[in-house]
Every structure is written in C-alpha cells, then in structure tokens.
Design a protein around this ligand. Structure first.
Ligand code: FAD
Ligand code: NAP
Length: 546
C-alpha cells in the first residue's frame, strides 16, 4: 500500500527501485517509490527503439534473489530483446506485488535534508512533498538522455525522436526519409532495423565504433534447464567474476561433436604471436568478435593497435564502398576504451542503396533546419530525425534531482569537479541518503543486476544495523570518501579506458563542460564487494553515526 510517511523513500522504479521495494518491505520497512515513467522497468521502459536488446546473456541479466522466479521464468533468446526484458520487469512487479508501493508519473524535482527532523523531503513535479528517514536514489546510470544543442534544432518541422525516450506506440517509418545522429550502442542496434523500415536512412557519424556481431541464438530448452539446475552455483560464480557474469558454459553448448561446424576453433592468447596475415585470417574465419578474445589487446598498446588494425581490415572486407568502409573504421582510439558494442548486421547495412553515411568530422553539422540537417557540404531533408546521442551518464540523474544535504550543501556544488562518493553508496554531508550503483562503484562495468542486488542488500543491511543499534543517521567521513575517490582514479590509470584519445561517457567526455573523470570502479566486482563486506565487518569503517 502507498504510504505518505514511508520509512524509506525510493526514487526510481527500474530494476534497482523494484528490488529495493521488495527487499526493504521484507525487512518490515514502510516503502514508497516515486517514478517519472508510467510503469516499471526503467531502461527497458524508456529505450523501446527498434533493435534494443541486452548485451549480457539474459540468463545472467536476471534477478538472483528469488529461487522460484529463476525456476519459473523462461527467456526466449540468449540475448533478449527489449520487449522480453520489459515483460520480465512487469512479471517481477506482478509476482512481488510491487506496484502498490510505487507512485508513477511522478518525477522528483528536489530532494532536501531537513536537519532538525533528520528526514529527507522529496518534492515532486506536482508539488507534493513526501518525507522519510531514509532516501534511496535508484535513478539509474543511463537514464538522462543527452540531446546535443545543435543550432536551429527547434525549427525542424518533422518528427523528432530519441532512442532513450522512444514512444510506446508503434512508430511507422514506412516511406519516410529518416536521419539518425549517433553511432554508439543504441545507434548501432537501431540502424539496421531503421534501414529496413525507412524509405531512406542517413546516418550522421562523429566517431566510428568497434562493433562485433551479437549472439543471435534462440534459447534452447536444454540450456535454460541447465541454468535452472545450476543457478545456485552460477550466482556464486557471478560473485567471483570481475564483470558479474559467471562464464558458466552449459554442457548442452560445450559438448558438441568435434566436427560441429559451429564449434569455435581455439585462438592463441596473444595477437602479437600472429602475423598480420594470420590476424586477418582469424577475422575472416571467425568474425570480428574473435579479436575480443586476445587478452594482450587489452593490456598492451602494441597488441591493441594490432587488434584495431585487424578490426579495420575486417570492416574493409565487409563494406563494399571503400570510402564508406574507411569512414566506418575507428582510428582515434582503440578497442577496450569504450563499452563493447554488439550488433546485428551493422556493417552490411551500409551496403544497402537506401543507406547513406555522413561523417560529421569531415563535414560538420552546421544547423538543423525546418526540413532536416545542413552540413558544411550539403543539406539533407527528412521526415523523421532520430537522436541516438546517448546519456548524461552516472551523475546526470542524481544532479537533476537537485539534492541538498546538511548545512544547505548542494550535491551539484560538491560534485562541481566530478563525483565524490564513498563506495558509490553514500556521500559525506548527505546522511541517510544512499545511491544504487553510484559513481565509484563497479555499476556499468558489471552485469548491472548483480551490482544492483549487491547495493540494495548492503543498504538494507545498513538500515537494519541503524535500527537495531538505535542510531539515527549514517554518513561517510570526508577522508574515507576522498581516499576511495583516489583509489577509484588510481585503478583506472593505465587501463585502456583512460588511454590518450579515449573519449567515453565513462569519463563524462560526451557531455560538453562535464568534468572529465573516470566514474565507475574498474577494480573488479569481487574486489569491490569484498571491500564493502570488510567495511561492514569493521563496524562500518569510514562511516560515522549519530
Ligand atoms: P534505470 O533502469 O535507469 O531506472 C531508473 C529509473 O529512475 C527510471 O525509470 C527513471 O524514470 C527514474 N528516475 C530517474 N530520475 C528520477 C526522478 N528524479 N524522479 C522520478 N524518477 C526518476 N546493463 C547491463 O548490465 N546489461 C545490458 O545488457 C544493458 N543494456 C542496456 C541497454 C540500454 C539501451 C541502456 C540504456 C542501458 C543498458 N544497461 C545494461 C544498463 C541499464 O541501465 C541497467 O542494466 C539497469 O537496467 C539499470 O537499472 P536501474 O534501476 O538502476 O536504472
Ligand atoms: P553513446 O555510446 O554515448 O553514443 C552516442 C553517440 O552519439 C556517439 O556516436 C556520439 O559520438 C554521438 N553524438 C553525441 N553527440 C553528438 C553530436 N553533437 N554530434 C554528432 N554525434 C554525436 O550512447 P548510446 O549509444 O545510447 O549508449 C550508451 C550506453 O548505454 C552504452 O555504452 C551501453 O552501456 C548502454 N547501451 C547498451 C546497449 C546494449 O547493447 N545492451 C544498447 C544501447 C545502450 P561520439 O562518440 O563522437 O561522442
């Protein structure tokens, strides 16, 4: 039931907010979640663009907190599409009766700490105010779509869409001239589907990607069943894996006859052991994805460049038009700098007569006009303009919520030079306010459902600890927070994520004016989880109580 005086106020009802409701309610807490959207699912509610799907196997990108859920839910594909993941979110909401604790269509515009009462007060877009002892920001790492400020954008008279805000109703692109800006994960997934639907598709690319073909297999019953039988071990394996993915190989997939043409041949561990011709042969025989299996490509710059060059050769061999192929080849950064992109038929899409690639580094977008896009070279007319331009990641939703802590300190001021938080869970000066998968935690470098469950469990246990010990509030010590931030920066140094020329949203580089700092924790999920556990075992080391 919805309570106006909850113990815990949760902002957001994506997978994080959903699990938080269930977990905290089971602890006997009174819970209310406020969600801007009209239903559950977060990412999978908002990102309905054609081609949207996960890049972590669905059997792993699923909740582990309920054995019954694990046993009864069936995934139709190995990497499921957005409609199936949203169906899963809805199933979870129904099964655990979560909607009764959620107020939908309610964006939180301000979150203020009332020091005298030791309460958090959320002010919604409708002007309501709700107070609670604890506030949990489950607002998502990739939930604030980024629309670049292009001159004249408002003058376009056709339809404007963003992949991260895709409408619920079907978008009919038949017979339409469509322009799409952006070639990150969202653009790469959408472009082949948009090309199939539109009369003509023009792709405006600023930075080419390294994208490899995704696994397109339907789920086999034997594989699904093996996971169900072994989930107990698989969840434990996830806890030991740096990316929160068990790596479990179902016997149903592994035990194939040696003659099975689909069984991948073994590759050497180091790309530098191969000649350029041999590298090209690996790509020709096993596809671009084979390059991701060379460990040295992620630890050694020479090996990285060898893999990058083999990748470019692979692109040149797929794309018919040599100029287009060259424009699709990434040259300014290497594999491993950005989140790996997975696609279905991305490069071959550029062999279609009804698809045009425009390189906006060569011919920059000068303005958006009434009819379309004007670059330095020519103008393009469209019926529909699609922004696949990503998100103000990691910090965007937290800053947008206008959080003000003790002594009137605004989070926006505290984070002026980049996010400062302890474990990505709490900030000094903001007692009893928690962030799920906040900056400085493994978050987006991990299977997010694993990261979410770990954070929500930690927060739930912390609230229990406070209640059991009659403690009114908890917040990190500034020195513990600063040490953690220094550690987060230290482990990121020397990795492929921070090489010169690498401009990713992990670094905030996609948003003009955003402080450039590597935001997620790259030290690996198990190391991070163990640190969180150790901190609790040491009596919440680095935190102070009142
Ligand atoms: P979200 O799902 O983003 O939910 C946050 C919710 O908070 C949203 O519903 C939003 O409306 C609400 N909210 C935010 N601010 C406010 C406010 N002020 N007031 C009220 N409500 C608010 N991760 C993976 O691990 N594997 C994948 O394969 C994968 N694929 C992805 C594909 C896409 C297209 C995108 C965008 C992300 C993907 N991610 C993936 C990351 C994904 O965001 C997480 O896996 C996960 O869904 C995050 O859940 P969440 O609840 O933390 O955040
Ligand atoms: P993104 O990776 O940030 O890509 C945004 C694209 O828009 C980039 O190509 C960017 O170019 C371009 N762009 C931005 N501003 C521009 C401008 N002013 N002019 C021209 N181009 C501009 O965003 P995303 O594709 O939405 O993906 C974000 C993250 O969401 C992913 O990394 C991933 O974590 C998650 N995601 C996952 C999946 C999946 O496969 N499961 C799918 C979608 C999203 P530059 O590179 O030059 O900045």
């Amino acid at each position: 039931m919805i309570s106006d005086r909850p113990d815990v106020l949760i902002v957001g009802a994506g997978f994080a907010g959903m699990y938080a409701i269930h977990r905290f309610r089971n602890q006997g807490l009174n819970v209310l979640a406020l969600e801007a959207g009209s239903d559950v699912g977060g990412t999978w509610y908002w990102n309905r663009y054609p081609g949207a799907r996960c890049d972590v196997p669905s059997l792993e990108y699923s909740f582990g907190f309920s054995k019954e859920l694990e046993q009864q839910w069936g995934w139709p594909e190995v990497f499921s599409a957005q409609p199936d993941i949203l169906r899963y979110a809805n199933h979870v909401a129904d099964r655990f009766d979560l909607r009764g604790n959620i107020r939908f269509n309610t964006r939180v515009n301000a979150v203020d700490y009332l020091e005298q009462q030791n309460l958090w007060r959320a002010t919604t877009e409708h002007g309501e105010q709700i107070e609670a002892r604890f506030c949990v920001m489950a607002t998502g790492c990739l939930s604030v779509p980024n629309t670049p400020k292009l001159p004249g954008a408002e003058s376009f008279t056709g339809r404007v869409l963003h992949t991260g805000l895709w409408p619920k109703e079907k978008v009919d692109l038949a017979g339409k001239r469509v322009g799409v800006i952006g070639t990150g994960s969202s653009g790469v997934q959408a472009i082949p589907e948009l090309a199939k639907q539109a009369h003509h598709l023009t792709v405006f690319q600023r930075t080419p990607v390294y994208t490899v073909p995704a696994n397109r297999k339907a789920m086999r019953d034997a594989v699904q069943q093996e996971f169900r039988d072994r989930y107990h071990d698989i969840r434990k394996m996830q806890q030991q894996n740096p990316g929160g993915v068990s790596g479990f190989q179902p016997l149903a997939s592994v035990n194939r006859p040696a003659t099975d043409p689909a069984a991948p041949p073994l590759a050497p561990a180091a790309i530098l052991e191969l000649t350029p011709d041999q590298r090209r042969q690996v790509v020709a025989e096993r596809g671009l994805g084979a390059l991701l299996t060379f460990r040295d490509a992620y630890t050694n710059l020479e090996a990285n460049e060898a893999a990058n060059e083999a990748f470019r050769d692979g692109v040149r061999s797929i794309v018919d038009n040599p100029d287009t192929a060259e424009r699709l080849c990434p040259t300014t950064y290497g594999l491993g700098c950005k989140r790996q992109v997975l696609d279905r038929d991305y490069y071959v899409t550029f062999n279609r007569d009804d698809v045009t690639l425009v390189d906006v580094t060569e011919t920059p977008i000068e303005s958006i006009t009434e009819n379309g896009i004007c670059t330095s070279a020519q103008s393009y007319d469209f019926d529909v303009l699609i922004y696949a331009t990503g998100f103000d990641a990691m910090t965007g939703a937290l800053l947008r919520a206008n959080i003000t802590g003790r002594e009137g300190q605004r989070l926006a001021d505290k984070w002026r030079h980049g996010p400062v938080a302890y474990l990505g869970l709490q900030m000094s000066g903001f007692p009893n306010l928690f962030t799920v998968t906040g900056p400085g935690s493994p978050s987006v470098l991990c299977n997010m459902l694993v990261a979410i469950e770990q954070h929500v469990n930690w927060i739930g246990d912390c609230i229990d600890y406070l209640r059991e010990n009659n403690l009114a509030r908890i917040e990190p010590l500034p020195e513990a927070e600063n040490d953690w931030v220094a550690h987060v920066n230290e482990v990121a140094k020397g990795t492929m994520y921070t090489t010169p020329g690498c401009n990713s949203w992990y670094l905030g580089a996609n948003i003009p004016g955003k402080p450039r700092i590597f935001m997620p924790y790259v030290g690996g999920y198990p190391r991070y989880r163990e640190r969180c556990e150790q901190i609790v075992a040491n009596g919440y080391e680095g935190f102070r109580f009142r």
